[in-house]
Design a protein around this ligand. Structure first.
Ligand code: CMP
Length: 144
């Protein structure tokens, strides 16, 4: 297995629910190390750019409105197979279909307000981490 980095976002619905800490606990319980973290309130241009891959989807406008409705927490996460590990921890996109014990099952509201985001592939993770973090904003440390 390879050590990877992925991007996670704790979305505005989670901040409204006061569950930043709950989600960070699940991150670390999944052996994912936070190597970059910042709280942002995205403006429309930044949210549109992040989700540009979805720009032709019917939900794009609503998604951008939601993601700019309040602050979020963006995280660079590192660990063995971090992309898959974080996606498994989050659960599938639609909370109604997410497996028991996943973040989206436990905290998601609907397919849009689904608590967290996770990169879906190596290339996407690279793009998404760079979208929010300069290289000098990412750190290295060891768990002992
Ligand atoms: P995320 O993992 O951040 O990636 C794209 C987001 O678009 C997704 O989570 C949902 O918040 C949203 N999304 C995906 N599919 C739909 C849909 N069918 N209707 C509304 N929102 C969606």
């Amino acid at each position: 297995m390879a050590v990877e980095r992925t991007l996670g976002i704790i979305k505005p619905d989670s901040l409204e629910k006061g569950i930043i800490g709950e989600i960070l606990k699940r991150v670390e319980d999944a052996s994912l190390k936070v190597v970059g973290m910042k709280m942002l309130h995205l403006n429309t241009a930044r949210a549109e750019g992040f989700y540009a891959v979805h720009k032709d989807k019917p939900f794009y406008g609503s998604l951008v409105t939601f993601m700019t409705s309040g602050p979020c927490v963006v995280m660079a996460l590192e660990g063995e197979e971090a992309i898959k590990t974080w996606r498994d921890t989050a659960g599938v996109t639609n909370p109604e279909e997410a497996a028991d014990g996943t973040i989206r099952c436990d905290f998601g509201t609907n397919i849009e307000r689904n608590a967290v985001h996770g990169s879906d592939a190596t290339d996407t993770a690279k793009f998404e981490i760079a979208y929010f973090f300069e290289s000098n904003e990412l750190v290295n440390y060891e768990w002992v």
